[in-house]
Design a protein around this ligand. Sequence first.
Ligand code: ATP
Ligand code: MG
Length: 395
Amino acid sequence: LPADFKRALPVLKEIEQAGYEAYFVGGSVRDHILGLPIHDVDIATSAYPEEIKEIFKHTVDTGIQHGTVTVLFSGSSYEITTFRTESGYQDYRRPDQVTFVRSLEDDLKRRDFTINALALDRNANVIDKFDGLRDLDDHLIRAVGKAEERFHEDALRMMRAVRFQSQLNFKIEDKTAEAISLNAHLLEKIAVERTREEFIKMMLGQAWRKGFANFLTFKLCDYAPGMKKHGSSLVKLTELEPVKFMDEEAVWAAIGFVLHLTDPDLNKLLRVWKVSNKTREITLSTYEMLELFADKNFDTWEIYSLGIDNFDRVVTLCQLFDIKIEYNKLSEAVEQIPIKSSHDLAITGSDLIKILGIEPGPEIGKMLKNVEKAVVRENVSNYFDELKVYVLSNR
Ligand code: ATP
Ligand code: MG
């Protein structure tokens, strides 16, 4: 067993010694069998939350109404969730009722895909009630039970299907795929934040071109925020060079670029997807820099003002769109920019006031900007005395 599981074994043991069952479940089991690195080990148990809290000294009620308690145990924390079934789903997203049960099989039955419905016990035995091992072997994403019903219960699972397809480079099994096509419209019921999370995980996956192609083919895009009218242009993304996206900002900038959006329209799209302000700002600067590179009409000052930190991201986007740039020359030029921001200037606004003998005001700001530009373009070195001469001769 990988170290992360081993470290958690005493937790399973404690629960079993108290007379209950406990297993590793979910993504960590799937990834372990695939030989991938695992992250967050989830534990499922027949013990009810109150019973878990009796067994362990240090617990946090993270999602107790859904049966999840976080246990702090010898320096690590573990999410322990009581076996449960779900029913209701009036709104296509959240179950009306969660019922705690004592049977592992009932818990596995409510999970989305067979590859996610595996459990691992303390002795490294895999419990596989829905042929998840076979599907892992065949590289298939298959809904547990009747796919249609499962997507009616929770429409987000359709996004999760294309997400796992991209992350794992698996195929979506035929009936599961058909059920997504039939029910894509239900995605409208899902909160934008949840859809976005799966969408971004999909785009950052290794096989994003396949996941995204299905996102379009299944018409999920018609029911995702602000993309309905763009389906035919978005196809172009899947025909580009096979380059992985560096981060969320790269994904959004690429979408803006392939759709030829104006800056305000990209901004609007990011707002309907409820992207964070920080991501939105970085995306817009990245997009602008990408457009400059495509036009081949720019200098280091423009790269600097749009943010040197965006440079590497834009370079990968140029590879994606097969935009030829003189990479060596450019990156050298960027590296040679003598300052990172205006704070690094060897002269300040109050220096200018003294040197020029003028009153504080907007004039000073403008002057400082010109100095910054000259330093970035290496028209003058960033030393106080040289800057002073520069200021006096360019007043
Ligand atoms: P990751 O590696 O991205 O964390 P994961 O499979 O662990 O992938 P999570 O979202 O962390 O995915 O969910 C943990 C487990 O809970 C899943 O493996 C699956 O068994 C179950 N699950 C999560 N979301 C759903 C859902 N919407 N419907 C049914 N089961 C779900
Ligand atoms: Mg997980």
